[in-house]
Design a binder for this molecule. Structure first.
Ligand code: FES
Length: 106
């Protein structure tokens, strides 16, 4: 679903689709995105790790961070910030919940 010419809002699935302690990987508008659930809401990061392209959505989630499955770099799920190197901060996307359905703003 596209809502404006400047910002795209795309459905990415339902809240129940998000695995416990993991991410839901979706392909939206040519982007691979990982959607995560925390206690107070839903957040999305690029699924492509800024280090060497690992699949962040397959990483382990712990303490509101995701650990890339390839080399273990740590990213804050809320902000996309790398735990130690700001040059490796990753792209975030706003997630909107409407009922049980989740939408990502691109
Ligand atoms: S590719 Fe993600 S930590 Fe290396």
């Amino acid at each position: 679903m596209t809502e404006s010419s400047e910002e795209r809002v795309e459905s990415v699935g339902r809240v129940d689709d998000i695995p416990e302690n993991g991410g839901l990987v979706v392909e939206v508008a040519g982007e691979s995105i990982a959607v995560f659930g925390l206690d107070d809401g839903y957040f999305a990061l690029t699924n492509v790790c800024p280090h060497q392209g690992g699949p962040l959505g397959d990483g382990k989630v712990e303490d509101e961070c995701v650990y890339c499955p390839w080399h273990g770099h740590q990213f804050d799920i809320r902000t996309g910030e790398h735990g130690q190197m700001s040059q490796l901060d990753c792209q975030t996307y706003e997630v909107e919940q409407r009922g049980d359905e989740l939408f990502v703003h691109l």
